[in-house]
Design a protein. Structure first.
Length: 740
């Protein structure tokens, strides 16, 4: 073994220290190692020891493994700097999936990294692999194989131990990538962001602004309900602020609608230059960045599929048909899997445009005008029937997506966009303005379609982020990152003709005072536009009424620790199970980790008399981690209970909406409490887009079986718990389901 440690110790040291030395070339540059928190240094060392051990196990060549580890550090440095140059943000753990996206959608990513850089890097990798395999013989050819495998496993164990030590006290993260990289170092921040995404939030999953929309915080849309079209326009902002020589008529329709808008102004968006989904999810969910935490960077990786009530779910509960139109593959950003959870009935992706005309001019993506034609068809199918179902169409355009420098433009067309040409090197600006003018034409088509409909209509339009145009910004100055929005409602009686379109050369229209909004607050403005003249109050938790006299239901649970909350916790802790224990231990475990958005509580005269908890895939009523079990039950027993908890939770993910537990205080039984709790759970299931509610009940629990049967639940099949009969009161459970 001594020969193995001597042969691998030096290359391992280089593999750990070289990435730290390369951090000086990062943008932003991290603090010096001695200025970082101790756990950040442990995480850095653990990551690279583990990476070296994995490469060593795969290659059996100590120095070749060291070279590949160094090459990986160089690659991540280049990728980070390219991202920072384009998007003003450091590379984070959630960005690793872009490597696979780059293979499936190379045009979206490779030009920003550099085609020549990518080709040179690939050639260098092939040469390095060939040289390493030929020049360095496997260590097992000269030394004992057993010593090698034991030693490599020992290095891997050391890496895991360092990561475990560094994770015991999580880094204090601001979830501002540049600030966190400066404080903790690049690789420690990578690990910390990934670890934070896997761990449940300390205060439970965030509750959206729409969670209580059905409890009377917002007025329902009047009959006939207006159609609603919301356009998230790719890279849209008023570029005339960059250069005074741009013709005002480039955005003539936008100016006309802004002059008639219910509200308009600048929009503070959570992304710069890319990362459309951040603005998209902020708008749909109504959640700000602090509420999202680490999920702000890509909410579709995990959070979106855990039952987040959105604007679409709120409108669907009011009777709207909800459709998303996005002329790009639905698998991109995992939208195909996420959007049913967000409350959308239908998703029209690139396949819906296979036979669409492309009259919007040159460009690699589906033109905005073709998208407007598709939306107009949807409106025509539903808008002529006043008694039919109202339509909510959420449009995510693609025409103005970069990289703009790959497109070309004739000088004559370029000249038609300016009263005074911009400085040299601003060719991208002309390309951008061409697409901006097409977005303006899209606005005119949608405005006309809504005005011609038999029902009233609301049109909202906003930009997801500013475009990437580095040479233009170097010559004209960089924008502040805010985009523009407007919310417009059809004027006059339904079916009135649209106002005459303004001429192309019209000056910007004068309108009411602009209002600056964050992206997460725009949805409430739009819902208020659906019901003009009605009282509107911001969303806040409010109790939902129950059917039984004197009984009130509350969902979600209010924050705080009042007497009612303490009494509710005693009720939650009154049960017993192998997983959660009983009495004080159960309360210590579950109390701090309750997810307020997964528990419905029943109160009579302010006293809790029952509760129902439910789960959706990946999100249950208790946000528990291994540490929680270990602190309450000890390391050994806690590990066993946590392993069982993970296995059961994984099995329950097959249910779209699952009644996790239902408990009624003995003195309140047979008074309609359980039925009221189930009715509220079914309402929440509909809001989250579930088609059925599932539950599992012990076959011997006749009282629970009777309650579920009385509410329309039917047995699907019996689930045998083989071998557990001696410890459990029954050896089987019954899977119950109610179709909504």
């Amino acid at each position: 073994m001594a020969s193995f440690w001597l042969a691998t110790g030096l290359p391992l040291s280089v593999a750990v220290l070289l990435p730290m030395a390369l951090e000086t070339a990062l943008r932003p540059a991290p603090a010096a190692p001695w200025r970082r928190p101790p756990q950040a240094l442990l995480l850095h060392a653990g990551l690279w020891v583990l990476a070296y051990a994995v490469l060593l196990l795969a290659l059996r060549r100590p120095w070749f493994a060291c070279v590949l580890a160094g090459g990986l550090a160089v690659l991540l440095t280049l990728v980070n700097n390219a991202k920072h140059r384009a998007l003003r943000e450091a590379f984070i753990c959630q960005d690793f999936e872009y490597f696979t996206d780059m293979l499936r959608h190379p045009r979206l990513y490779l030009p920003f990294f550099g085609l020549w850089r990518a080709a040179a890097g690939l050639a260098l990798f092939v040469l390095a692999m060939a040289a390493g395999l030929l020049l360095e013989p496997p260590w097992t050819a000269a030394g004992p194989a057993r010593a090698f495998w034991l030693g490599a496993a020992g290095w891997a164990g050391l890496g895991l131990a360092l990561l475990a030590l560094g994770s015991r006290r999580p880094l204090a993260l601001a979830f501002e990538p540049d600030a966190d990289v400066r404080q903790a170092g690049f690789y420690a921040a990578l690990w910390a962001y990934g670890w934070a995404e896997m761990r449940p939030p300390a205060q439970g999953w965030p509750l959206t602004r729409w969670t209580q929309a059905q409890a009377g915080a917002l007025p329902a849309a009047p009959a006939p309900q207006p159609d609603l079209v919301v356009v998230q326009s790719e890279s849209f902002f008023d570029a005339r602020r960059l250069h005074a020589g741009i013709k005002p008529g480039v955005l003539a329709q936008f100016d006309a609608l802004r002059g008639q808008a219910l509200c308009h102004g600048r929009l503070r968006v959570p992304s710069w230059g890319a990362n459309t989904v951040r603005t998209e999810f902020a708008f749909l969910s109504g959640l700000d960045e602090p509420a999202l935490g680490v999920h702000r960077f890509n909410p579709y990786r995990k959070l979106a599929r855990m039952g987040i009530v959105t604007l679409a779910a709120h409108l669907r509960a009011q009777g709207y048909r909800t459709v998303c139109v996005h002329p790009y593959p639905a698998a991109f950003y995992r939208r195909a899997r996420s959007y049913p959870w967000l409350g959308f009935d239908e998703f029209l992706d690139i396949r819906a445009f296979a036979d669409a005309a492309a009259p919007g001019g040159p460009g690699p993506y589906v033109p905005d005008v073709a998208v407007a034609q598709r939306v107009r068809e949807l409106l025509r199918r539903t808008g002529r029937d006043e008694g039919g179902q109202a339509l909510f169409v959420f449009v995510i355009t693609m025409e103005n997506h970069g990289p703009l420098h790959l497109e070309r433009m004739a000088p004559a067309e370029q000249a038609g966009l300016y009263d005074m040409p911009p400085p040299a090197g601003c060719g991208e600006l002309g390309i951008y303005l061409r697409h901006l003018r097409n977005a303006d034409r899209m606005l005119a088509m949608l405005r006309q379609a809504l005005a011609e409909s038999a029902r009233p209509g609301v049109l909202a339009f906003y930009g997801d982020h500013v475009p990437i145009m580095p040479q233009v910004y170097a010559a004209l100055g960089e924008p502040d990152g805010r985009t523009d929005y407007l919310v417009w409602r059809t004027p006059g009686p339904a079916g009135a003709a649209a106002p005459a379109a303004p001429p192309e050369s019209a000056a910007p229209a004068q309108s009411s005072e602009p209002v600056e909004l964050p992206a997460w607050a725009l949805g409430e403005r739009i819902v208020a536009a659906l019901s003009p003249g009605q009282a509107h109050t911001p969303l806040s938790p409010a109790p939902a009424g129950g059917p039984a006299p004197g009984l009130s239901l509350r969902y979600p649970l209010p924050a705080g620790q009042g007497p009612a909350q303490a009494a509710l916790m005693r009720l939650v802790a009154s049960g017993r199970s192998f997983l959660f224990g009983r009495g004080p231990l159960r309360q210590r475990l579950l109390g701090p980790r309750l997810d307020r958005g997964r528990i419905v509580a029943a109160y009579r005269d302010g006293v809790p008399v029952g509760f129902l908890s439910f789960s959706t895939p990946g999100r249950g009523p208790y946000s528990l981690a291994w540490r929680d079990f270990a602190q309450v039950f000890g390391a050994m027993a806690g590990t066993a209970r946590y392993a069982a908890f993970c296995l059961i939770s994984r099995r329950e993910r097959r249910y779209r909406f699952y009644v996790y537990s239902l408990r009624v205080a003995p003195e309140a039984r047979r008074q309609g409490v359980g039925a009221a709790l189930l009715a509220e759970a079914e309402r929440q299931a509909r809001l989250l887009g579930a088609s059925a509610v599932d539950a599992e009940v012990f076959a011997s629990n006749e009282r629970s079986m009777g309650l579920f049967a009385s509410q329309g639940y039917r047995p699907v099949r019996r689930i045998a718990l083989w071998g557990l009969g001696r410890w459990l009161p029954a050896a089987s459970m019954v899977w119950l389901r109610k179709t909504l």
